[in-house]
Write a protein of this length. Structure first.
Lengths: 140, 368
């Protein structure tokens, strides 16, 4: 689905911190939304914590940085960090190039998949939320 | 609007002083990265000579080439002819802004003016350290405040542990960096800092950022400050810390602290007190390679800037095998931390932050 120029593929879960999630086997993959990556600009750094780190849904656990912007990364579900996208270490702009594909961020072994119910999946809800975000923070 | 580089006699002389020998290629962090002759000091001096002789028009390409300089001064200390290319490059950047090539840092100037910091951050962390009648006032700068907050927090904790009588102000950007990227210092911000610092009644200003140190110490806009200005390494060198590490420790000289301010010994005096296994990198002191964050490069070419940092970090690891890399500059610290690869096990800290951590470890061991 395209909302005011931003891609939000259906079938993914979205949180209000601008990260997406999808289930892949027994893991949850997460990444940054198209709106967030465009607002951030050219991303140059993502902190890649060690695997095994305990994460809590909605709590920040690392940093992400573009030329002049520093943001926090929030866990989409609670669990244990199972994998990081090591490609980003030398090529963080993959997030800008392909935020739902090669630019994925982390894989989490979830404590409880029911937590996904706290995220948005309904296109109408996502659309309403994003329009409010655009009204507050603008567009790039 | 001018149409030509308006170099004065001194700058023109510096350009002709360059004998085109190319010694600077061995120490230029940009050339080390790109291997393109135009990117080192020799190439830029030739470029500017062509421009002032009217053989080459100033184009966006010329402007971009002159922006690729970290102003690290490694070429200056290496130059057998005694030229100081970074001063000429900074003058050329000012002229280029006058000629309309101002798109890159104009925005930064607006941001600094509007928000009082280089990042356009709206909220500033309140360190909560306002004390009337303190002898010292601590100034931490933009990079520490907005990019390496935990490090600043540790430095503050260390000063508290050492029972230093200090206060802090609601600081705004010293704005000296504007002079490096073709603009003028923001006089309103300088006045605000001077006013707030004087209001504290402190006798000595301590800066954690070597760039801020230089601006407070050297820039005419701060000449009425009336406080003694010290970098935190100058302040701490005579103190005892009561902690030690047996780990292999090394030190990176920040360009702003070393080549620009001549402060090489003080950080080493501190490190020797806490780390008997101190190892110097091969390229050290005035020959230390740049981390890539200076001269506006981190803002204008962030990927190159981090890649330069990665090169410097690899050099240091290779040359020393150290477990801990110390520096005392928020910009170097930030760039190195961004550059470090997961497979590299070295830990990177500001000296003050590391000593604070050693204290914390000792407290934990004592409590166990």
């Amino acid at each position: 689905m395209n909302i005011e120029g931003y891609e939000f593929p259906e079938g993914l879960y979205y949180d209000k911190n601008h990260f997406w999630a999808r289930v892949e086997g027994d893991l949850v993959v997460m990444g940054m939304s198209d709106y967030a990556q465009k607002m951030a600009g050219s991303i140059v750094y993502v902190g890649l914590p060690p695997e095994g780190k305990k994460l809590v849904q909605g709590k920040n656990f690392t940093k992400i940085e573009s030329g002049k912007w520093l943001g926090k990364v929030f866990a989409v579900v609670s669990g244990e960090l199972a994998a990081v996208n090591e490609e980003l270490e030398k090529k963080a702009k993959l997030i800008n190039e392909d935020c739902y594909g090669k630019g994925w961020l982390f894989k989490i072994k979830p404590d409880n998949l029911d937590e996904l119910k706290n995220l948005m999946t309904d296109p109408a809800v996502i659309q309403e939320w994003l329009k409010a975000e655009i009204a507050e923070h603008g567009k790039k | 609007m001018t149409t030509q580089l308006q170099f004065d006699e001194k700058q023109r002389k510096a350009i002709t002083q360059c004998s085109r020998c190319g010694f600077c290629r061995a120490v230029c962090p940009i050339f080390d990265l790109t291997k393109r002759p135009i990117t080192n000091a020799r190439g830029k001096m030739i470029l500017m000579k062509e421009v002032i002789e009217g053989k080459l028009p100033v184009t966006e390409g010329v402007a971009q080439a002159l922006l690729r300089c970290t102003t690290c001064m490694n070429c200056t200390v290496t130059c057998p002819s005694g030229a100081d290319p970074q001063e000429v490059i900074k003058a050329a950047r000012k002229d280029m802004v006058g000629m309309g090539f101002d798109n890159l840092f104009k925005k930064m100037g607006e941001v600094v003016e509007k928000y009082g910091n280089i990042y356009g951050e709206e909220e500033r962390h309140d360190w909560g350290h306002k004390r009337a009648g303190a002898r010292y006032v601590l100034f931490v700068g933009c990079v520490g405040t907005y990019r390496e907050e935990e490090s600043v927090q540790e430095s503050i904790r260390l000063l508290d542990l050492l029972k230093v009588d200090f206060t802090m102000i609601d600081e705004v950007c010293c704005s000296g960096v504007m002079e490096d990227v073709g603009y003028k210092i923001k006089e309103d911000l300088a006045r605000q800092n001077v006013r707030e610092l004087q209001k504290t009644g402190a006798k000595t200003l301590i800066t954690t950022c070597p760039y801020c140190y230089r601006v407070f110490k050297e820039h005419p806009s701060y000449k009425t400050l009336g406080l003694e200005v010290k970098h935190i390494t100058q302040f701490l060198k005579d103190l005892d810390f009561g902690v030690k590490t047996n780990k292999k420790v090394t030190y990176h000289d920040p360009c702003d602290l070393g080549r620009h301010a001549g402060i090489y010994d003080e950080p080493r005096e501190i490190i020797r007190k806490i780390a008997p296994n101190f190892l110097e990198p091969r390229r050290t002191r005035e020959n230390a390679m740049c981390c890539g964050s200076g001269g506006g490069l981190r803002g204008s070419f962030p990927e190159d800037s981090i890649e330069i940092s990665r090169n410097r970090l690899s050099q240091i690891i290779e040359e020393t095998g150290a477990e801990i890399l110390l520096t005392e500059c928020p910009s170097c610290l930030h760039n190195f931390r961004n550059a470090k690869l997961r497979k590299q096990k070295i830990e990177i800290y500001n000296i003050t932050e590391f000593i604070g951590q050693l204290h914390q470890e000792r407290q934990k061991d004592g409590a166990a």
